[in-house]
Ligand binder design. Structure first.
Ligand SMILES: *Cc1c(COP(=O)(O)O)cnc(C)c1O
Length: 377
């Protein structure tokens, strides 16, 4: 099987998983068992003992994620936040963590909470600015934390060069790869040490899975992350693991359409008089376009726009759309629109005139007509 696996392209490997079939069934069963038979002296008989440690569905999902991310191990959790929290929890007391400024707000709040208890020292810096990067590295961080593309500004960070900078300073690099998904980008192959994925988004892909994963490549770290998850109890449920695993089978195919629709929307809105800025790494005018071209196979399904009319215009447009739905989250088959500053609340870091679009799989014509109608209202 190893030979067959090694020649499979990622699209094929996501669908054909060695050992995933049981009794000839084309879809794997869901193992709801919480406990598995063992020998009289707790000898393992099936490879599983108790589902807080592992379960056939969890292991199958983790094998797929490990292969697609080109890692050595993966652990799946009940949410993307739980996966990221597990990584922060693995750090020594008082460890310095440098977060890129443009950051998923959940991780910003978690970092601030952990810092207020003295658990970590959280620093925020523009990791795209060489001076800010060296100042941050001089603080001797244990970990650099970045997304690419970032939420919601769609900034691009150079994973290979930040990995090198982190390693030269004795730090590790984690990439929250949620916006790209493993279909478009493999941070571990570019030098990163860990990847966080919110499976809730593109991997689940249908707005009906809440899950996350931490993927890494240092074989000697697998045991302590496994132990940490067993003891803190954050494991994904068997049903959710089965759903996420099914999502992976269509991930590449869905991403092609997400990317194609998003690219056309970005291009169409880029020339609109009421749109001040279109943030989309696929536009040649985007600051990170060349790096995105180097490290991604396509530019993703997320587009953020800033309206010339600011907050008022953004809220008006969001109230006028008919096919796009005002809802948080992203990566589902349906298109969503969101005024991020409202979601983030009083401490919002997103521009007030910004709307984030999660471009779905509908026909492009319907989507662009909806957006233009709402803009022109
Ligand atoms: C949604 C999201 C998360 C958190 O994932 P949950 O499954 O909601 O916990 C983390 N990072 C990014 C970039 C996200 O978009």
């Amino acid at each position: 099987m190893a030979d067959k696996n090694s020649i499979m392209r990622p699209e094929t490997a996501a669908i054909h998983v060695p050992d995933a079939r049981h009794d000839g069934a084309m879809a794997p069963p869901i193992h709801l068992a919480t406990t598995f038979e063992h020998g009289p002296a707790y000898e393992p008989l099936s490879g599983h003992q108790y589902s807080r440690e592992s379960n056939p569905n969890t292991v199958e999902l983790e094998a797929r994620l490990t292969a697609l991310e080109q890692g050595d191990w993966a652990f799946a959790y009940g949410s993307g936040m739980a996966a990221g929290a597990a990584l922060l929890d693995s750090l020594a007391l008082g460890a310095v963590v440098v977060f890129h400024n443009s950051l998923y707000h959940g991780f910003r709040f978690l970092a601030q909470d952990l810092e207020s208890k003295g658990r970590i020292k959280a620093l925020f810096a523009d990791l795209n600015d060489p001076q800010a990067l060296s100042a941050a590295l001089a603080q001797k961080p244990a970990l650099l934390w970045m997304e690419s593309p970032t939420n919601p500004l769609l900034e691009i960070l150079d994973i290979a060069s930040l990995s090198e900078a982190a390693h030269n300073a004795g730090a590790r690099l984690v990439v929250d790869g949620t916006f790209a998904s493993p279909a478009l980008q493999q941070p571990l192959a570019l030098g990163a040490d860990y990847v966080v994925q919110a499976l809730t988004k593109y991997i689940g892909g249908h707005s009906d899975v809440m899950a996350g994963a931490l993927i890494g490549k240092a074989p000697d770290e697998a045991e302590s992350f496994h132990r940490g998850r067993t003891l803190s109890g954050g494991i994904i449920s068997p049903f959710t693991a089965w759903m996420a695993s099914r999502g992976l089978q269509t991930l590449h195919c869905r991403m092609e359409k997400h990317c194609a629709n998003a690219a056309k929307i970005a291009a169409a809105l880029n020339d609109h008089a009421k749109v001040d800025i279109v943030h989309y790494p696929g536009l040649a005018s985007h600051k990170g376009h060349d790096i995105a071209k180097k490290q991604m196979s396509d530019f993703g399904g997320m587009v953020s726009i800033e309206l010339t009319g600011g907050r008022e215009a953004a809220l008006k447009m969001a109230s006028k759309v008919k096919i796009f739905t005002n809802a948080t989250s992203l990566g589902g088959v349906e298109s969503l629109i969101e005024h991020r500053a409202s979601v983030e609340g009083v401490d919002a870091t997103s521009p007030q005139g910004l709307l984030r679009l999660s471009v779905g799989l509908e026909h492009f014509d319907d989507l662009i007509i909806d957006l233009l109608n709402a803009l022109n209202c």
